[in-house]
Design a protein around this ligand. Structure first.
Ligand code: ZN
Length: 94
């Protein structure tokens, strides 16, 4: 049973170790200026990231739930694979 689950998971990863399908999205609060100094990184499916980011923007950043903030969240969403190199740089600095 466990072996078949593993096979399914690895089937989504190509030879470069990148996720093919089901690739996750990320939103990094450090990517846009915010007054509360937030460094949160949200990652998951685009739907999950969007919902959490919208709630987070309203509750923590004090934004209003408007069409504009929803648009901004969609613009901020990036593929997780593309943001990996940036994450490595940050880790080294620490
Ligand atoms: Zn934030």
């Amino acid at each position: 049973m466990l072996a078949s689950i593993d096979t399914q998971v690895y089937a989504f990863i190509n030879s470069e170790g990148r996720l093919m399908n089901n690739s996750r999205k990320v939103i990094d609060c450090r990517d846009f200026p915010n007054e509360i100094g937030c460094t949160l990184l949200i990652s998951g499916s685009s739907k999950e990231v969007f919902n959490i980011a919208l709630r987070h923007a309203v509750e923590e950043h004090g934004h209003k739930d408007t069409a504009e903030i929803r648009k901004l969240i969609k613009i901020m969403m990036k593929d997780e694979a593309k943001s990996k190199s940036k994450l490595k740089k940050v880790t080294k600095k620490i």
